[in-house]
Design a protein around this ligand. Sequence first.
Ligand code: PLP
Length: 451
Amino acid sequence: PAITNHMPTAELQKLDAAHHMHPFTTGDELAQKGARVITRAKGVFLTDSEGVEIIDGMAGLWCVNIGYGRDELAQVAARQMRELPFYNTFFQTTHVPAIALAAKLAELAPGDLNHVFFAGSGSEANDTNIRMVRTYWAMKGQPDKKVIIARKNGYHGSAMGSASLGGMAAMHEQGGLPIPDIHHINQPHWYAEGGDMTPEEFGLARARELEAAIAEIGEDRVAAFIAEPVQGAGGVIIPPETYWPEIQRICDAHDILLIADEVITGFGRTGNWFGAQTFNIRPDIMTIAKGLSSGYAPIGGSIVSDAVAAVIGSGEFNHGYTYSGHPVAAAVALENLRLIEEENILGHVRDVAAPYLQQKWEALTDHPLVGEAKICGMMASLALTPDKATRAQFAAEAGTAGLICREHCFANGVIMRHVGDRMIIAPPLVITPDEIDILIERAVKSLDGCL
Ligand code: PLP
């Protein structure tokens, strides 16, 4: 029989476990429990194969910024598939969707970030960045300037290069990572690692680890520093206010390229088009993906400064993906950006959704399990703790509190993710105050379930 939405859930789950290998999942566990089958979505709500409605506090994987079910994007995809489903952008050819999207991104991106190298995902874009910054310095006559400094607990993707930039220990344990000439410094995670310092002191101290690393490695060997404006997958870690200005100063002072990985923070998530604007930084390269197409089509890329593009463009950059600038994905992304502008979704975030969510979210610190509630635009985190005064962690052997909380969320019809004992959300940007009330009500019920 055909495998459709109408098949009983248990049968779908059995086939899924038998043939589908899932990312970041233990296959044996999946075979026992079965994955939740999502069948439809509209606005901020998902529906599963049992007909249960779930509010999506994670916008898929931080990407469905515009919300589900936008027919305009389906129309554009269908039109583009009929007109020109594929052509490449290699070897002196181009097409209108890639031209139009690159021009639009140059208009939206801050400063002199006017050039776009397309990829199929954020991981691919960060692999592009590794080769681009090393090639940049080599073409400028400094081939030894190739070390890239990144951060522990940063996330930059799953390909070999991008996972090497990432600072996820569990990922480095598998497959022989990191690749050479990547160096990791500590993250600005005050709640977990700040000790007795104030957040401001700690932000400065952690930023200065970059300067210390440059001194140790040698300025003539360091190509770039890469970081997420707000760490997303690491647990929505919002750096202290002192952090980014000091990082910018250090990159300027030591002639180090700054790569802002905006895969999550781009396209309205922090209330501006890019996190670089929210944190007042001037990157040389920004990584983009996810919200670029609101997840409706796979597409990513690097937005590159005039200065870097001029050097790279002076020779052949031996790099590219079959789907660099894929016409259907590019057309969908362009329409997504048009809708975000036309409907003033950034205005909705700034004036309505983010202030309302902030008020409700910060009130969660009254809950006995919540040690910290942090929010930046439409991305937010809770630190679960057995002792608010000492910011203590739950004993790992008791099973992480976050995992237990996530199970309650699952049962209560809300998607929140857990990273250790941090609960995180990043809902679609179009969420309304009424829908935020539903999200918070279900989140509280899930926290109460952990008591
Ligand atoms: N960079 C950041 C900051 C991300 O959060 C992610 C994905 O979550 C990536 C890069 C990788 O993007 P992709 O999964 O599209 O390869």
